[in-house]
Design a protein around this ligand. Structure first.
Ligand SMILES: Cc1cc2nc3c(=O)[nH]c(=O)nc-3n(C[C@H](O)[C@H](O)[C@H](O)COP(=O)(O)OP(=O)(O)OC[C@H]3O[C@@H](n4cnc5c(N)ncnc54)[C@H](O)[C@@H]3O)c2cc1C
Ligand SMILES: NC(=O)c1ccc[n+]([C@@H]2O[C@H](COP(=O)([O-])OP(=O)(O)OC[C@H]3O[C@@H](n4cnc5c(N)ncnc54)[C@H](OP(=O)(O)O)[C@@H]3O)[C@@H](O)[C@H]2O)c1
Length: 464
């Protein structure tokens, strides 16, 4: 038998929990369905042991709570963010159902609403909020399939600590935040490390006395909206390398080279016994250097324009990486590489949502999380609305907006339902059935695209 509920939230990560918090504040009936057995699945089961957030605590808080930790400028460890989310669920008694995997979301064939098929049965809901994240599946380049079976290869998603890897050198692929942080941990633990460098930028952790993210906030960077990006694909760009570990520090590939890491170009393919490398190392190092210099220049200009009283600073200029000889191929056996860690990012797949609501990249078509299918929402995705939408920092605004939209819609719906029905007619397009309630406004009920127009209006309404 179907379970009826006003709103189903899919995913009990921070985005789903933030929506649940706001719906609870508004007394809106809902349930959060989470496939994992416990809270904080992404942090608990998909991060390495020493993982530390790179957003300072003042940016890592969920709606309704105080800034976590004792120091707003420090960074939460993996275990601290897990505990914070666990506590959030219990403190606000959020209705999370664990161990329930959602398999499909389909529109009802008549009337507004959705069927949500799950591993434990079917829900029928007026609203569905998809909060399954964008970092869903480890991305492995095709070249990984050609590696010898003797090499231990894992994705950064599976990496836990240096001790769990077999003896020998490690090749880390990708210098985004995961790759750069894991490479640093490995070489500091005494491992011989090779790092295949990609196009990711770099920002200093601190500049002119303040944290990089403090400057981002002050300069209004987080308010940049998705329509200001140079292209829709820019949403998916790798973030500049930086670390929150040990109180936060800058990651600089020249320093890695100075400390003995062998920097390599991008991995292009497989030879008979070796990995083929692009000759782009210097270009990518220069790119990261320029990124950091541009960031500092913007801050300097901002400080000058706004006459902010902070100390002067010149970023250290390191150049060791430019002295590295670029090599076209690397024989893993000769280099004694026993492990390859693919820090090559994540892919996403929303195919469980069986509605035409995705663009050519597979990203949901929506405006601030509100799709054009009535009652279908998305939350927690990078650049959903603005530059902070994919961060803990942006959840309060986006989740609050979605919960407010659901609440307004429900209140309107409840008020018109109490009135005597005056007239039913088809709306502007065939997928809409409008019911007019005299002077009291219009309640629009979307039926699924392509639903037969001959369907009796009242029958369609009675399924609501
Ligand atoms: C390595 C890494 C580090 C990050 N570090 C930071 C940071 O320092 N600061 C910061 O602000 N942000 C950080 N982020 C971003 C952040 O973790 C989230 O991506 C973002 O906040 C969105 O959260 P979410 O709840 O949408 O997604 P997630 O945290 O991924 O949660 C999605 C949840 O949905 C569940 N789920 C998925 N599919 C289903 C299904 N079919 N049925 C039921 N449940 C399902 C999953 O089990 C999971 O619990 C990081 C991301 C990554 C990948
Ligand atoms: N809190 C933290 O401290 C922390 C730590 C890690 C990650 N994160 C977050 O997690 C998310 C994912 O980060 P991520 O670093 O895992 O993934 P990512 O940002 O997608 O970076 C993946 C990197 O792999 C590179 N790459 C892909 N194929 C390659 C190849 N064949 N050879 C060499 N390099 C290759 C990409 O290079 P190109 O771009 O050049 O293609 C890219 O730089 C981000 O939002 C990030 O902010 C946060």
């Amino acid at each position: 038998m179907n379970k009826h509920i006003e709103t189903v939230v899919i995913g009990g990560g921070q985005a789903g929990l933030a929506v649940s918090y706001y719906l609870g504040q508004k007394n809106r009936p809902h349930i959060v369905l989470e496939q994992a057995a416990k809270a904080a699945n992404a942090w608990r089961n998909h991060r390495w042991d020493s993982f530390t957030l790179n957003t300072p605590n003042w940016q890592s808080l969920l709606p309704g709570t105080e800034i976590p930790g004792s120091n707003p400028d420090n960074f939460l460890s993996r275990d601290e963010i897990v505990a914070y989310l666990e506590n959030y669920v219990s403190r606000f008694q959020l209705p999370v159902s664990y161990g329930v995997q959602v398999q499909a979301v389909r529109p009802k064939s008549s009337g507004r609403g959705y069927f949500v098929e799950t591993s434990t049965g079917r829900f029928e809901a007026r609203n569905v909020v998809v909060a399954t994240g964008l970092y869903q599946k480890p991305k492995m380049p095709a070249v990984s399939a050609g590696l010898s079976g003797e090499i231990n290869q894992i994705h950064s998603d599976e990496y836990r600590n240096p001790q769990s890897l077999p003896d020998g050198a490690v090749l880390v692929v990708g210098s985004g935040q995961s790759g750069a942080q894991i490479a640093e941990e490995l070489y500091r633990s005494g491992r011989r490390v090779y790092l295949s460098v990609s196009r990711a930028g770099r920002v200093p952790r601190r500049y002119r006395g303040k944290d990089a993210n403090w400057w981002h906030e002050l300069m209004g960077d987080y308010e940049r909206t998705v329509d200001q990006l140079p292209s829709p694909q820019a949403k998916f760009a790798s973030k500049p390398m930086i670390s929150g570990k040990d109180g936060g520090h800058t990651l600089n590939l020249h320093q890695f080279a100075r400390d003995g890491v062998t920097l390599l170009g991008r991995i292009q393919g497989m030879g008979d016994h070796s990995i083929l490398l692009a000759r782009d190392l210097k270009a990518n190092l220069a790119r990261a250097d320029q990124f950091a210099a541009d960031f500092a220049k913007r801050i300097d200009e901002f400080i000058a324009e706004n006459r902010i009283d902070v100390p002067a600073e010149a970023l250290p200029v390191l150049t060791e990486g430019y002295g590295v000889q670029e090599i076209p191929e690397l024989n893993l056996a000769d280099a004694n590489i026993t492990t390859v860690i693919w820090a090559t990012g994540f892919s996403f797949d929303f195919s469980l949502v069986q509605l035409p609501v995705f663009d050519n990249d597979g990203y949901p078509i929506q405006k601030r999380g509100v799709s054009h299918h009535p009652g279908l929402y998305f939350v927690g995705l990078p650049w959903l609305h603005n530059a902070k939408s994919g961060l803990l920092f942006g959840l309060a605004q986006d989740a609050g907006h979605i919960a407010a939209t659901i609440d307004e819609d429900a209140l309107r719906y409840e008020s018109v339902r109490k009135l005597p029905r005056q007239e039913a007619r088809w709306g502007k397009n065939e997928s809409e059935l409008a019911v007019e309630y005299g002077k009291h406004g219009i309640c629009v009920n979307a039926v699924s695209p392509g639903a037969a127009r001959t369907q009796a209006p009242l029958e369609a309404l009675s399924t609501e």
